[in-house]
Design a protein around this ligand. Structure first.
Ligand code: G3I
Length: 374
């Protein structure tokens, strides 16, 4: 996390921002926010830094979306890296932006093993639930007017190195498998009307790992509901990956339907696409990405339990998928970066031009037949 001075600058800028939003510039192409979407929300992951520094991002966001997800700043370590001294300015700024534009904000995320502050992790691992209770009581009511869905536990499933399908996280080490139920009840006490969710990845493809993860998630949901835990929904992250082989529509449809029949709501919470081959012609790459998204959303949105779709960012330039890749890191050093060098797995390219993926999302929301793909 950056120094406090930087955080204050971001905050001050965001508070001043509404007056200077410059919304309303003409945009080409059909935009989801203007479309009938059968009551579903459409969102994107955001950071306050991006909202401040990228007018094009803000414009696309308010035109396309009625929901934002804090990509980083609602996580515990981003709020309370110093025990007992929570710092809310960044999330307050995002919540203020959402209120101003009549958007909702997804509550991502209350517990995640990767973003639990070290001081809290040590206490939780030794069997002390008080930090969790205090964190939830601090954060949940603060945003209750704008957050309807909370990812109470992020990424609890681990079928490869876990125990009984559950990740051996600090929460699991401190409290065993029962920590998930306990977290749901702790969240429920602070937000009895909110939709309380578990959010996870690799639930989409037809391979043994994803299949095992789907089975573990279903088993967990059934177990929690049988115990009358206040589980309201499952977040399907949907980090799609063209190297994973064919996306199996019938298998994924069956999984969603099994969850729906348990009475759960579903959300597509972090949609993006990792490309498999960036040596192809750029229009072919874009068609492959769009086709994957359209095939995926065709199934997801056919299920009435799916409440909304959030992409993990809007522009390739700011995608987390670039963070891990030497090729793209080099490309980002050039300003403006070459859009072709980057992974092209979000609706807009690095210069905020809409790509076929954006039109694929729009078509899927309108439930139009998928475009023919070469
Ligand atoms: O803000 C600091 C900056 O000051 C510093 O110079 C820089 C140096 O590393 O780090 C910056 O913070 C980073 C932040 O992203 C902003 O870029 C954090 O180190 C880094 O950990 C953080 O990563 C985020 C990660 O979650 C952990 O919070 C990613 O952006 C974000 O995309 C990722 O999102 C997760 C979902 O929450 C859960 N599902 C998977 C998804 C991708 O990993």
């Amino acid at each position: 996390m950056g120094p406090l001075a930087t955080r204050r600058k971001v905050l001050n800028g965001l508070v001043a921002m509404p007056a200077s939003l410059g919304i309303g510039a003409a945009m080409a192409g059909p935009l989801p926010r203007c479309l009938p979407r059968q009551g579903r929300y459409v969102g994107a992951a955001v950071t306050p830094e991006l909202l401040l520094s990228e007018p094009a991002f803000r414009r696309r966001l308010v035109e396309d979306c009625d929901c934002i997800t804090p990509e980083v700043h609602l996580k515990w370590e981003a709020i309370e890296w110093r025990p007992g001294k929570p710092w809310y300015a960044n999330v307050d700024a995002l919540a203020g932006f959402a209120r101003l534009h009549g958007m909702q904000m997804r509550g991502h995320t209350l517990l995640w093993h990767r973003t639990t502050p070290a001081w809290a992790a040590a206490r939780i691992e030794s069997g002390d639930w008080a930090p969790v209770e205090r964190h939830f009581a601090n954060v949940i009511p603060r945003y209750s007017d704008v957050v309807r869905e909370w990812d109470v536990v992020n990424e609890p499933i681990d079928t490869e190195n876990g125990e009984g399908g559950l990740r051996r996280s600090v929460f699991h080490k401190g409290f065993g498998a029962g920590y998930i139920e306990r977290a749901l009840w702790t969240a429920h006490a602070a937000a009895p009307a909110a939709r309380l969710m578990l959010n996870d990845y690799s639930l989409e493809y037809d391979n043994p790992v994803d299949e095992a993860r789907r089975t573990a998630m279903l088993k967990l949901a059934e177990h929690l509901l049988a115990r009358r835990a206040p589980l309201g929904g499952i977040g399907i992250q949907a980090h799609l990956d063209l190297a994973k082989g064919r996306f199996s529509q019938p298998r994924f449809a069956r999984f969603l339907e099994e969850l729906r029949q348990l009475g759960l709501h579903l959300s597509i919470t972090e949609l993006d696409v990792r490309e498999a081959d960036r040596r192809l012609a750029v229009d072919q790459r874009d068609r492959l990405v769009a086709a994957e998204v359209e095939s995926f959303l065709g199934v997801a949105l056919a299920n009435p339990a799916v409440a909304g779709v959030v992409t993990w960012g809007l522009s390739d330039r700011h995608s987390w998928l670039q963070q891990e890749d030497d090729q793209t890191r080099a490309a980002l050093l050039v300003s403006p970066p070459s859009p072709v060098a980057l992974n092209r797995g979000l609706p807009y390219d690095a210069r905020f031009a809409a790509k076929p993926m954006q039109q694929a999302i729009a078509r899927a929301l309108r439930a139009e037949p998928a475009a023919a793909v070469a």
